[in-house]
Design a protein around this ligand. Structure first.
Ligand code: NAD
Ligand code: 89V
Length: 341
């Protein structure tokens, strides 16, 4: 059994703790939060007796097998550094850091300390996205040449995560980051990115709409578009809709996780929904199971000495896309080469 410690008992940590509670050979034995009320409520909810208001003290006393950092981005640099110094393997929530330079420094710090580092970049672990990747890997629609990854919603994310309304950066840094990572996961590295952003909701500080066009080294063109200002007849939060055109046919991941593959003149349909009974309540079941899967992956990597798929080093490339998108938007949509950042 691997004993973990978790820092940050806020909104999303509840999902992480639910998943840890189901893990077979790992669990959380100690919690830390500076907010005493949140700490106490979370400790009671998950039956975790050992609690701390100071992360350094927790790591020194508990000497855990890993630490799960579930705080917001501003605290990631000091907390990951602390874990590296204590020699404790780390999972850190996205966005990993506010700047690419800080992220590169943390990756180097962990490398030098010999500490495994994974970013909790979970969208690519969603069952429908894994199903899309399988279709591509099996060559069913041939070589892809065009794709769209879309997330359009009017779900009130600010109710659960009020800080999302406050930062000068919003949708690309919080949600677009997941979709850009999915684009990398499906089609490989990106050599050019052009973006346009908009703010529709006047009550928030950052952008709530972003449209990005990516050129992948493998030749695919991907449109990644996201919005939290799009009220539709049916609210599909948190579903990502995916369209891919390939040399032999097309793939569509539509509403309610319906996957339609049309290739060589024949069409097949399949539902690739996560199990609501197991991962509910809806609509967060669409995300919850991916939290379980990414945490299982981390434990398997710890046990097997493997590098996690979304290691800190890998995540630098996703963060570069985020930076490229903001830079391109600032430059009026001019294309940016993420490798040059
Ligand atoms: P939150 O503000 O609800 O919770 C963060 C908690 O961390 C707070 O209780 C705060 O007191 C605590 N904290 C902050 N700094 C601390 C420190 N140094 N020591 C101890 N405690 C500290 O935030 P949230 O909505 O839970 O988001 C946390 C992170 O999870 C964010 O980075 C967010 O982007 C990410 N997130 C990811 C997903 C996903 O699907 N991967 C979904 C939602 C949120
Ligand atoms: O996944 C996330 O990072 C969340 C949400 C889906 C609400 O954007 O913040």
């Amino acid at each position: 059994m691997l004993n973990g410690a978790l820092i940050g008992c806020g909104f999303f940590a509840q999902n992480q703790l639910r998943a840890w509670a189901e893990a077979g050979d790992a669990g959380i034995v100690a919690l830390c939060d500076r907010d005493a009320a949140r700490l106490a409520a979370t400790a009671a909810r998950f039956g975790i007796a050992r609690t701390y208001d100071d992360a350094a003290e927790m790591l020194a006393r508990e000497r855990p097998d890993f630490v799960d950092i579930a705080t917001t981005v501003a605290s990631h640099v000091p907390l990951v550094t602390l874990a590296a110094r204590a020699g404790v393997p780390v999972i850190c929530q996205k966005p990993f850091t506010e700047t690419l330079a800080e992220a590169a420094e943390l990756v180097e710090t962990c490398r030098r300390a010999g500490v495994k580092l994974m970013v909790h970049e979970n969208f690519r672990w969603q069952a429908p996205i894994r199903a899309v990747r399988r279709v591509l890997d099996e060559g069913e629609i041939g070589q892809p040449f065009w794709a769209r990854i879309a997330f359009r919603s009017a779900y009130d994310v600010y109710a659960g995560q009020p800080y999302l309304a406050e930062g000068s950066r919003f949708i690309i840094q919080d949600l677009g980051i997941h979709l850009l990572d999915v684009a990398r996961f499906l089609f490989g590295e990106v050599t050019t990115l052009a973006a346009r952003t908009q703010r529709v909701n006047p009550r928030i500080a950052g952008e709530d709409v972003a449209t990005m066009m990516l050129g992948h080294a493998a030749g695919v063109t991907t449109v990644v578009d996201c919005s939290y200002a799009s009220a539709q007849e049916r609210e599909l939060f948190p579903q990502s809709l995916i369209e891919i055109d390939g040399a032999r046919g097309t793939l569509r991941l539509g509403a309610d996780y319906e996957l339609v593959v049309h290739a060589d003149g024949a069409t097949r349909r399949e539902t690739v929904a996560p199990d609501e009974a197991r991962w509910g309540p809806a609509p967060w079941h669409g995300i919850q199971h991916s939290v379980f899967d990414i945490q299982e992956h981390f434990i398997a990597c710890l046990r097997g000495g493997r590098e996690p798929e979304t290691s800190g080093a890998d995540n630098l490339r996703t963060l570069a896309l985020v930076e490229a998108a903001y830079l391109s938007a600032q430059r009026g949509g001019a294309p940016v080469d993420p490798a040059a950042l």
